[in-house]
Design a binder for this molecule. Structure first.
Ligand SMILES: [Cu+2]
Length: 232
């Protein structure tokens, strides 16, 4: 006969397993630049590589974080230069200088959320604002947005809006032209690992994340192939 204690213990274990499933793994690897050299110094370097996992199929992602991301404007530089966010995340734009700044963007991912399906949508434009002030903008469409300042044409930042919350940003070392990355707490499942860089690209790689497992994926990035624009 099965004891009551055994049944109780089994119930507790089952409850724990279903309530707190240990179903998250890690994906890591090396990123290597191949056939070109990227600039890793200065205010507008090419060193940032975003590594992200997209789910195979149309499974749902968790909701975007309620916490705002931040882009600072300091000494006439947008900091950080490259910011990955999940679609639906709000970004605070802060002016830490004593001079006025402006923030605008004309790329698709910078459409005002209410206007996304409008024929003539409005885009992110925070106008001019003085030092010490900040303004928020929510990014409702995936894509890359070049953030600019009308008052300082030399200023630029890149917002990379992703559908997925599973991303990280790695910083290339100038001399080795390589970096390592780690994505933690990834729910078990099938994914495609992709990268974003200003000047380089790589084909997506399919991989499987297992419960508590470590999946390795090394990535070689090469200069982007420019698509020919059709003349109309
Ligand atoms: Cu400015």
């Amino acid at each position: 006969m099965v004891s009551k204690k055994y049944i109780a213990a089994t119930l507790v274990v089952s409850l724990l397993v279903f309530t707190f499933p240990a179903v998250a793994g890690t994906v890591s690897g090396k990123i290597q630049v191949s056939g070109t050299k990227l600039k890793t110094e200065g205010a507008k370097p090419d060193k940032d590589v975003i590594v992200y996992l997209e789910k195979d199929g149309d499974a749902k992602y968790p909701d975007p974080p309620a916490k705002h991301a931040l882009i600072d404007q300091k000494s006439l530089v947008f900091i950080p230069h490259v910011l990955p966010i999940q679609k639906g995340t709000a970004v605070d734009f802060l002016n830490s200088d004593t001079t006025e700044h402006n923030v605008f963007c004309v790329d698709d991912c910078c459409k005002i959320v209410e206007d996304i399906n409008a024929k003539k949508p409005k885009f992110l434009d925070l106008g001019n604002f003085p030092g010490g002030e900040k303004a928020a903008f929510t990014f409702g469409e995936a894509g890359t947005g070049v953030i600019l300042c009308k008052l300082h044409p030399e200023m630029a930042a890149y917002i990379v809006v992703l559908d997925t919350p599973f991303f990280t940003i790695a910083s290339l070392d100038g001399s080795s032209q390589s970096a390592t990355y780690t994505l933690k707490n990834i729910p078990a499942g099938d994914y495609v690992v992709k990268v974003w860089n200003k000047r380089c690209e790589a084909p997506g790689q399919s991989l499987t994340v297992t419960k508590d497992g470590e999946t390795k994926a090394d990535i070689e990035i090469q200069k982007k192939v420019r698509k020919k624009r059709s003349r109309r």
